[in-house]
Ligand binder design. Sequence first.
Ligand code: DNO
Length: 356
Amino acid sequence: MKMVLRWFPNGDDTVTLSQIRQIPGVTGVATFLSDLPAGKVWPMEQILAVKNEINEAGLEMEVIESINVHEDIKKGLPSRDMYIDNYIQTMKNLGEAGVKCVCYNFMPVMDWFRSDLYLPLPDGSYAMSYSHAAAQKLTLESMTESMINGSNNFTLPGWEPERFGAMAKDIAFYQNVSQDEYFNNIKYFLDAIMPYAEEYDIDFGVHPDDPPFPLFNLPKVVNCRESIRRYLSLNSSRRNGLTLCTGSLGANKDNDVVAIAKEFASEGRIPFVHLRNVRHTSDTDFHESAHLSSCGDLDMYEIVRTLMDSGFDGYIRPDHGRKIWDENGRPGYGLYDRALGATYINGLWEACSKQK
Ligand code: DNO
């Protein structure tokens, strides 16, 4: 197992590489070329510039989160072939730069969503939270506005401003796309890229829908055991894997995250894990919590133990942290709570490996 932390390059992070280097047990970062819109080839020089910066700080750049998939690929438009060619060229460049794992998603239109980015918790910290009733009342405009206004002037991953213009049109487009058609588009993409994932030695981990509940009547992709199985069966390459995001899947009480970890890790289909905890406040609502099992509803010990027992040998990162100690950082991606999370997870890992 290798522990990484998500880091935003190009001066767009409050957390520095030298701070990350000082978190015990963290050996690398998960990063991406944040200034390139989906669909563009990532030029080798830019990849190497970021890699060198990371390496010079004593860290590795083996994980990319994310190479975003252009909406035309998701929609299955004729222009998808050009965007898929670009995607493959980016994979080739990343493979040559030593990247081993790519986290991406196939969610239509938007990435993750929270109805509140700073919910005050009783201990004085702030966490991101989700109310399904509140989310369902939002129009696209008010949703976008709440993510922008709540973000403390940071660009949130998946909510890059260049996406906003097309969102309304895209939502309308998907109203006529069935779940089966959407999965055909996923298969087309996977069948095109997986031979290159094999050739360039890169494991792909699709990120689950976050939250796992439907909004704007958009197709859902990966939000439970069955849909993970369906996604991974679309292409049988072992490179076609899952990013096990415990908080995303665990937001639905019906998902048994430990069972999911066991089933897919034992098949070698989990290259990357996002570990975080959630506290359910109803069947659909939750707030994020500190990483400890006792702070939320997920058994983090059991998840880590199961991953280890199932032969997991990939990358783990602590996921969204709370805002604590008055830190001014990107929601979910400050230093302090994620560093506490990394240390806790490393403690669980050490204890599990010594027990074995
Ligand atoms: C949110 C993240 C997601 C994730 C993408 C991967 O905080 O977990 O933005 O990086 O879905 O493509």
